[in-house]
Design a protein. Structure first.
Length: 266
């Protein structure tokens, strides 16, 4: 009996990467606008409206709206919500909250996907450190996405950094992914694991790396809306994400406005 062949990873041409960069810039600029808008009193529905205006005014299409029935242009996850929170006019941000904003856009059929977690006013030192650790783990993962490396090097870099910073929970059920002509493509990109395993990384591959790190347990609960995922112990979570391309010159962070200059100095 023939074994079922695993799907190949989509390889992009230089021209296709340029279009993905356009989509990535739309996402990056939209997130920048949203971060500036975050303040006590604003609702997550307000943020969603800002996002839709930003994406559509750039000539792009929101990736999330209508995706498997999702009703909004961004995901807005507050405090113990890890990912996939649905914007709602009744969800009002308050001083001391943290909010994760996940955003995607399509340009000429090519996707960009990125997320950021930001404080609403002042938060505790413990919570601020959580955000710092999660964001740095993302950049450690991106830095591992180099030609002739292996896919699992990315998740190993994320996990190694987080484990070295304290007793944080690394979410395992929700992971990064391939990206290109679809928002979610093979392969899955976990935020944990042993290095040196999985497909060889070659120029033209694109992945969305997105660690989700919790203050407490890594265990999750899916709410009745069948979208919002929360921490099982009710403690806070952080989520950061970038889309990047593997290139001969190193990882090109398509959703970072500067393309990932941070990697060149690390």
């Amino acid at each position: 009996m023939w074994k079922k062949r695993k799907p190949a990873i989509q390889i992009k041409t230089p021209g296709e990467l340029d279009v993905m960069r356009e989509a990535g810039l739309v996402v990056g600029r939209t997130l920048q606008t949203l971060v500036e808008a975050v303040k006590p009193g604003i609702t997550t529905a307000d943020l969603d409206a800002i996002a839709e205006e930003s994406i559509r005014s750039a000539g792009a299409t929101p990736s999330f709206k209508g995706y498997q029935g999702f009703p909004a242009c961004i995901c807005t996850s507050i405090n113990e919500e890890i990912v996939h929170g649905i914007p709602n006019p009744s969800k009002v941000l308050a001083e001391g909250d943290v909010i994760s904003i996940d955003c995607g856009a399509i340009v000429d059929g090519w996707h960009g996907d990125s997320a950021v977690t930001v404080p609403v006013g002042e938060i505790t030192a413990e919570e601020r450190r959580l955000l710092e650790v999660c964001e740095e783990s993302l950049w450690r993962g991106l830095a591992a996405g180099r030609v002739d490396g292996r896919l699992s090097d990315i998740g190993n870099a994320v996990e190694t950094y987080v484990r070295g910073q304290g007793d944080y929970g690394i979410v395992e059920e929700y992971v990064g992914h391939g990206i290109g002509t679809e928002m979610h493509m093979d392969p899955a990109v976990p935020n944990y694991g042993q290095p040196g395993r999985g497909p060889l990384l070659v120029p033209g591959m694109c992945f969305a790396v997105e660690p989700m790190v919790n203050l407490g347990t890594a265990e999750t609960i899916l709410l009745e809306d069948e979208w919002t995922v929360i921490t099982a112990d009710g403690r806070r979570s952080a989520h950061f994400e970038h889309t990047f391309a593997v290139t001969e010159d190193g990882p090109w962070v398509l959703t970072a406005l500067d393309g990932g200059e941070r990697l060149k100095s690390s």
